[in-house]
Design a protein around this ligand. Structure first.
Ligand SMILES: Nc1nc2c(c(=O)[nH]1)N[C@H]1C(S)=C(S)[C@@H](COP(=O)(O)OP(=O)(O)OC[C@H]3O[C@@H](n4cnc5c(=O)[nH]c(N)nc54)[C@H](O)[C@@H]3O)O[C@H]1N2
Ligand SMILES: Nc1nc2c(c(=O)[nH]1)N[C@H]1C(S)=C(S)[C@@H](COP(=O)(O)OP(=O)(O)OC[C@H]3O[C@@H](n4cnc5c(=O)[nH]c(N)nc54)[C@H](O)[C@@H]3O)O[C@H]1N2
Ligand SMILES: [Mo]
Length: 799
């Protein structure tokens, strides 16, 4: 927790945080004519009143007052709840049920409907057969839904730890796995999840706002907790302000459009070179802030020889940078001049560190910000979360409920996020990781709850090859996702609407707690993940059962979470539960928050948690790691695949980006009518520049093939000038649909981008995923083997 947050908390009793009473309370109790009931619930897509008819069917959702800019994606909740893709019964892959295993048939065979009794017995048997040293809990990320009790990740983690003693886990994130392993050593904080300088401060002080690949509008459509889309109000104010917006991005985003930003087209994965070029110019022209560098940073002198080419013979001049980035030399120097002459805010994204050598991106940006010298000044410096979960909103200062305690994992075996396929395929292999060496365990059983590994992991064909070597693959899912279709045992989970829970939002403002009341009865035979694990724990033993439940009922857990808040304005749980939410108005001072202002005001008293207490431009700790692909200072490394690699580009001329989807949370909602808003002939769109399309004879709206050595897919061409030439883009998360399952690398019929991405790690330091480093070819289509089909459930015998 940052100092400022603590101060907020201390000052809370005297602050103006006020719990307000819901004026809609009466309306939430139902209407006379139709006999419907309005029930409060909350999701990643926003909080709403769910209207249920007399038959108990959900018929309508109406956004709650906390949703400042409701989106159609909230409506799609109804469609997905009653979707044909729901898993209705426990199912087991045919050969697996017959005891023949045949792991190579995963994803190819029919399933058999079984009773819960049979399914649980099988799961239990497999768990008993598998020592925890061989049990991989791949329930990554917690994007399933926002509830604190039924949170898929924590329910699974708690079960494995309390009932079995532990499990193999994942180390590092798909989101910001590279930056996440570096930033804390540079500025004492991850930065990617830290409280951001407030929008009000930006509006009052910022003159130049750089969207460094930050797609604020799109990425803030959802929240890790409950979305409020409160940022949209600020973007309106931004667009009317005098702030000059500059977007450095291979695509002209919707955010850039809203803010009328100047577009700097940059070759993907080359931002570090651009920043070095600017720094080189600022140093040589003497325009950088020497005082800031002296007072607040450490190791500039050790970085300079590299910047000036004394160590490697390459002077990192703007001309050098122009050659790499495709941004003209005079623009690079003009940008640097603009940044130092104006109060400039650099809003970094996460996509550029989701690339080969992604460790360098944030670090270099922070060093550039240091040379500009405005870190900690109102409206200046940097932020790495303005695009995420309502970043920039004022923080209520209220301590909010936390979820299920995880218990102790007796194993310390975690696989770096990018290495899952490799680890499954190479037990015992040793790799470098965070300056140490780790050994891959032998993974026999993989258990997935609330994640779409087949959706989120790079290089789908490599992953499927790995999954087809496991002994057992168990998945809990409400829907027949591509991940579920690949499993041996599929247990049908309820959706968020089918159980009571509690959450809060937005992630940064933390100004609402929400009652997520059960809206409908569980669909067919689905059960809550919590209940499934409780039942398994019970069958393992009385002690294990008690350890898992903590001796509490679900209601007691919920009330306990709620009671953990230390806010004096909290209402009684029963009142809160009736009202549906509780709101805390952030105190006035929260609107004046400036990131790193305390460090700036007094770098001794408020020193950073780094080696020197200052911003680490050079790190002796990292020097000791002695790695070839990660040095002690920011460094430009050529990515393995990029537009500057002439040899590769001859074969695969396009750089493929896979940004996050506008109308989904990753793969979620791909099975709803929302698809109709943006799919092209049923496929995920591939965004391509007008001139490129012309050269290839591709017209807007036709289905094309995108391919490389790793795989191929079909996508619908979206032709536009809003992407630079040589770059194409396909949103992550389309449901995988192999055309010919007998093929070892079947073409994906639906445009699931990870059949093309590489599982290459960012470096031997962070071993993070690098999906945005990917070259491909694109061509007109000869034939389509079968119609679009990704949301068709598998064949189920006995259903
Ligand atoms: N190419 C490419 N790939 C990427 C990325 C990229 O930028 N490009 N981004 C990466 C990033 S940053 C992330 S965070 C990951 C996201 O990857 P995931 O977190 O795996 O993405 P989701 O599709 O949201 O998966 C959540 C799953 O939980 C299920 N679910 C929902 N509710 C419940 C429930 O109550 N119980 C159970 N058991 N299941 C439930 C949903 O149906 C869905 O299958 O993707 C990564 N993959
Ligand atoms: N609507 C919606 N919002 C989301 C999510 C979602 O699924 N849907 N997922 C959430 C999650 S889990 C995460 S991790 C975040 C992801 O946050 P980010 O990773 O920042 O988001 P992306 O959409 O992958 O990419 C943002 C922009 O980066 C640009 N970009 C790609 N490569 C480069 C590069 O090399 N240089 C530069 N300068 N720009 C580049 C892309 O063109 C794109 O416009 O989003 C969150 N927000
Ligand atoms: Mo993410």
């Amino acid at each position: 927790m940052s100092l400022t947050r603590r101060k907020f908390l201390k000052g809370l009793a005297a602050s103006s945080a006020i719990a307000s009473i819901n004026p809609l309370l009466a309306a939430s109790e139902g209407t006379k004519f139709y006999n419907t009931k309005k029930i409060p619930h909350a999701t990643h897509f926003g909080a709403f009143w769910a209207e249920v008819n007399s038959e108990g069917k959900l018929i309508k959702v109406t956004p709650q007052q906390s949703d400042k800019h409701p989106s159609v994606i909230t409506d799609a909740i109804i469609d997905r709840t009653y979707s044909d893709t729901r898993v209705k019964y426990p199912c087991v892959r045919k050969s697996f049920l017959e005891g023949k295993k045949r792991p190579k048939l995963r994803g190819k065979e029919p399933f058999v409907r079984v009773s819960w009794e049979k399914a649980l017995e099988l799961v239990l048997q497999k768990l008993k057969e598998t020592p925890i040293e061989n049990l991989f809990n791949a329930s990554y990320g917690a994007w399933g839904h926002v509830g604190l009790l039924h949170n898929c990740n924590s329910v699974a983690g708690r079960f494995f730890n309390t009932a079995l003693g532990g499990h193999i886990g994942t180390d590092g994130e798909y989101s910001n796995g590279a930056a996440g392993k570096v930033n804390a050593s540079i500025v004492g904080d991850l930065e990617v999840y830290s409280l951001q300088t407030s929008h009000e401060v930006i509006l009052k002080n910022t003159q130049v706002y750089v969207l460094w690949g930050a797609d604020l509008y799109k990425c803030n459509q959802i929240d890790f907790k409950v979305a409020n889309r409160g940022n949209d109000e600020y973007y309106k104010k931004y667009s009317k302000s005098n702030i000059k917006f500059i977007s450095i991005d291979p695509q002209y985003t919707q955010t850039a459009e809203i803010l009328n930003a100047q577009w700097i087209k940059i070759r993907p994965n080359t931002d570090v070179a651009l920043m070095l070029g600017m720094m080189n110019y600022l140093y040589k022209s003497g325009k950088y802030d020497k005082k800031f560098i002296e007072k607040y940073t450490d190791g500039f002198d050790k970085f300079l020889p590299y910047l000036l080419g004394k160590t490697d013979g390459i002077d990192k001049t703007p001309a050098w940078a122009a050659n790499i980035t495709g941004v003209e030399e005079n623009i690079i120097t003009a940008l640097a001049d603009t940044f130092v002459k104006n109060r400039t805010f650099l809003a970094g994204n996460w996509a550029m560190q989701r690339a080969h050598h992604g460790e360098q991106a944030d670090w270099t940006l922070m060093v550039l910000a240091s040379m500009i010298g405005q870190v900690g000044l109102p409206g200046g410096g940097f932020g790495f979360s303005m695009h995420y979960s309502g970043g920039g909103q004022a923080f209520s200062g209220v301590r909010l409920p936390v979820g299920l305690p995880q218990g102790k994992n007796n194993l310390d075996t975690n696989i770096p996020a990018s290495r899952i396929s490799e680890a499954i395929l190479n037990p015992g292999k040793k790799i470098k990781f965070k300056g140490k060496e780790i050994t891959y365990p032998k993974i026999k059983t993989m258990y997935v709850v609330g994640a779409s590994v087949l959706g989120h992991h790079p290089d789908t064909n490599e992953l499927i090859k790995a999954l087809r070597t496991l002994d057992t693959l168990i998945v809990h899912e409400p829907w027949w996702t591509p991940m579920a279709k690949m499993a041996d045992i599929v247990l049908p989970s309820t959706t968020t609407l089918e159980r009571d829970d509690i959450s809060f939002g937005g992630s940064y403002s933390q100004d609402y707690v929400y009652a997520m009341k059960k809206v409908i009865e569980p669909y067919f035979e689905s059960r809550n993940d919590y209940d499934i694990f409780e039942e398994l724990a019970k069958r393992i033993g009385e002690r294990e059962h008690k350890k898992f439940t903590g001796g509490k009922t679900k209601q007691q857990w919920l009330e306990g979470f709620y009671g953990r808040s230390d806010c004096p304005y909290y209402m009684e749980f029963a009142d809160f539960w009736k009202q549906g939410f509780i709101h805390f108005e952030p105190p006035k001072e929260a609107y004046n928050f400036v990131r790193h202002s305390e460090f700036r005001a007094d770098p001794i008293a408020n020193k950073l948690a780094t080696e020197s207490g200052k911003i680490q431009i050079y790190s002796p700790k990292f020097e000791k790691y002695g790695l070839d692909d990660f040095k002690a200072h920011p460094t430009w490394f050529e990515p393995a695949e990029w537009l500057g690699n002439e040899k590769l580009v001859k074969k695969y001329p396009f750089h493929l980006l896979s940004p996050h989807p506008r109308y989904r949370v990753h793969s979620q909602l791909d099975n709803t009518w929302v698809r109709d808003l943006y799919k092209i002939q049923g496929r995920e769109p591939v965004v391509i520049n007008t001139n490129d399309a012309k050269k290839l004879g591709i017209t807007h709206g036709e289905v094309v093939e995108v391919y490389n050595d790793r795989g191929s897919l079909l996508a619908g061409a979206f032709v536009t000038d809003n992407i630079m030439e040589g770059v194409i883009s396909i949103q992550e998360g389309a449901w995988y649909d192999p055309e010919d399952i007998s093929d070892s690398k079947p073409r994906c019929n639906a445009g699931h981008v990870n059949v093309l991405t590489s599982s290459r790690p960012t470096s031997t330091m962070a071993q993070a995923t690098s999906v945005n480093t990917c070259l491909v070819g694109i061509k007109k289509l000869k034939e389509v083997i079968k119609p679009y089909n990704s949301t068709t459930p598998p064949e189920i015998i006995g259903a």
